[in-house]
Ligand binder design. Structure first.
Ligand SMILES: Cc1cc2nc3c(=O)[nH]c(=O)nc-3n(C[C@H](O)[C@H](O)[C@H](O)COP(=O)(O)OP(=O)(O)OC[C@H]3O[C@@H](n4cnc5c(N)ncnc54)[C@H](O)[C@@H]3O)c2cc1C
Length: 537
């Protein structure tokens, strides 16, 4: 397998895993033919690229700062020839460690953030990968447009990272994930070939190299198409594995590239579609004292086409209640869950009518329904949802809020079962945790509070990862609804996906990256890789 071949570096130089060992010295990298960018090897310059938002950290042996797509191509030719792993990097807000690695980190921000070019007629924008979501939206807003996928990291995360992770957000329940809004990608393949892949290309790849790459992938898929599709998780969103189901439907290479977490190619620019900024929004808060009722309510709400359907569970509500601050909404005792349902419309009347529909539908289902039409009141309601992050930090005390099961997703009908599973596993290990997330996609974020002073905490955390993965697989879900697999979840791939599907994932990787230099250990595990190998605590 190509992943097995990538780290032909001496173990120390590869620095995998680095836990408990001093950082390896950067070995001499030799000249990179045709590369005009900067190569940072001093430790102070490398260190920020070894850290990311999630729980993993790995110091790269160097940081390459390419100036343009031609530089990226030179870097890839060199890396393939020298068998040096490359780790593409955006803003570093990705959670499961796809953005850190012991190879050469590739800074795709510094020279890749030219102002977006918006085409209001076509409702599209040309972007470089280092542009932030906020930057794109600022350029689109004067035209009444925006990129409707809204990760809450949008002020800092880049379009390159969003495309690589197929990111989602609160509005994904209505607008889908990033994939739905990417029209075309310009990228550089592992051998240094620059190609364009666009939605609608189908079998007619624009570049002969893409056609060559697709041939073995198509052959592998042809043999197992039916079992792969039959075993595909019936979830509303997913960013684990490669998107074989989309690819089988469209035959577009872009469907393999979006969500590939920097393991198949490096994106150097893209064209994305934009949507009109909604005229009016309104919010309904639904309280539940029964978890099963909350789970069942989500399916009924989805039929009303909400623009968001978010959830906080008992753990979250108790945390906010115990925080002693006014959350902006009276949180009663005994609540199992609150749903936040947002409706959009062209006028206040339309939004009011749509909220009234939610209220009618939830009669006798939710324990209480509160509606907010004016924006101040909506903000007060949303404050409840946003109050947790600072509170988690405050209440954690000596514990560390650690995101290692932070992105599981299950079929919507199994949402309540998934919450019960999380509560059961966490309680069995005596870990307090806060659970919240995108109920409309049955995609939950979980912040367990880990006592890192307790001996054996690492083994316990790893046990939880595997127990939750087994449970999620049994519920028909995956461990990544929108954050990707990264290094953290690559070792879980055989638990979540069928053997035929994993074999096809490997065929995709082998076809695009035969030398295994692109983010090895991400999506597909390296031999012996474990979820917490590079944990930073
Ligand atoms: C506070 C917070 C809130 C968040 N909220 C959300 C949310 O609501 N929804 C959500 O989906 N995610 C969320 N995330 C996760 C994260 O912000 C997203 O995954 C984001 O899209 C990552 O973008 P980035 O620029 O930081 O990429 P990085 O973290 O730098 O990279 C992410 C992945 O993309 C690859 N990559 C980056 N650039 C390129 C490129 N040009 N070519 C090829 N591969 C590339 C990297 O190798 C890596 O595998 C959140 C994170 C934080 C810290």
């Amino acid at each position: 397998m190509p992943q097995d071949r990538a780290p032909e570096l001496p173990a120390d130089a590869a620095g995998w895993p680095i836990r408990g060992r001093p950082a390896p010295p950067p070995p001499s990298l030799g000249p990179i033919d045709g590369f005009r960018g900067e190569l940072v090897v001093d430790e102070a310059g490398r260190r920020p690229f070894g850290e990311a938002s999630g729980i993993l950290s790995l110091l790269p042996r160097a940081v390459a700062v390419p100036r343009d797509a031609a530089d990226v191509a030179a870097l890839l030719r060199w890396a393939t020839a020298e068998r040096i792993p490359l780790v593409p990097r955006g803003a570093g807000t990705g959670m499961p460690g796809g953005n850190v690695g012991s190879g050469v980190s590739v800074d795709l921000v510094t020279h890749f953030r030219a102002p977006p070019v918006v085409d209001p007629e076509r409702r599209a924008a040309r972007v470089e990968p280092g542009i932030t979501l906020a930057g794109l939206n600022a350029a689109a807003a004067p035209h009444g447009l925006h990129f409707p996928v809204d990760p809450s990291s949008g002020e800092v995360c880049t379009l390159g990272g969003m495309i690589a992770n197929d990111s989602g957000g609160a509005h994904t329940v209505r607008f889908g994930s990033t994939r739905a809004w990417v029209e075309s990608i310009d990228c550089v393949l592992a051998d240094g070939t620059a190609v364009t892949a666009a939605a609608g290309d189908g079998a007619h790849a624009r570049h002969p190299r893409l056609a060559e790459i697709r041939a073995p992938v198509d052959a592998a898929l042809a043999a197992v198409r039916d079992p792969v599709l039959a075993a595909w998780p019936r979830v509303r969103k997913n960013s684990s594995g490669y998107a074989l189901r989309d690819y089988l439907r469209t035959a577009d290479a872009i469907d393999l590239l979006v969500g590939s977490e920097g393991t198949l190619a490096l994106t150097t620019s893209a064209t994305v579609r934009l949507a009109p900024i909604p005229a009016r929004r309104g919010l309904a808060l639904l309280e539940f004292t029964d978890l099963a009722a909350a789970g069942a309510a989500v399916e009924r709400i989805l039929a009303l086409r909400p623009s968001t359907c978010e959830m906080i569970d008992r753990t979250f509500i108790d945390l906010v209640r115990s925080g002693g601050e006014d959350p902006g909404y009276p949180l009663r005792e005994g609540l199992e869950a609150i749903l936040f349902v947002e409706m959009e419309g062209d006028s206040d009347d339309e939004v009011a009518a749509r909220l009234a529909e939610v209220e009618r539908e939830m009669g006798g289902v939710a324990d209480r329904v509160s509606l907010a039409l004016d924006s101040d009141q909506q903000e007060r309601f949303w404050h409840v949802r946003h109050a947790a992050s600072p509170l988690i930090a405050k209440l954690a005390g000596g514990r560390v809020s650690m995101q290692f099961i932070e992105d599981g997703v299950v079929p919507v009908a199994r949402l309540a079962d998934y919450i019960r599973l999380l509560r059961r596993v966490l309680a069995a290990h005596g870990l307090p945790a806060v659970i919240f997330g995108h109920a409309g996609g049955a995609n939950l974020h979980v912040n367990p509070l880990v006592d890192v002073a307790k001996p054996g905490w690492r083994a316990e955390v790893e046990a939880i990862v595997y127990e939750v993965a087994e449970g999620v697989a049994a519920l028909g879900g995956t461990m990544a609804g929108e954050h990707g697999d990264g290094r953290l979840r690559a070792p879980l791939i055989d638990i979540i996906w069928s053997p035929e599907t994993v074999a096809c994932f490997r065929a995709v990787k082998e076809a695009f990256d035969p030398a295994g230099i692109l983010n090895p250990g991400v999506i597909l595990p390296l031999p012996g890789q474990r979820p917490l190998d590079a944990i930073r605590y």
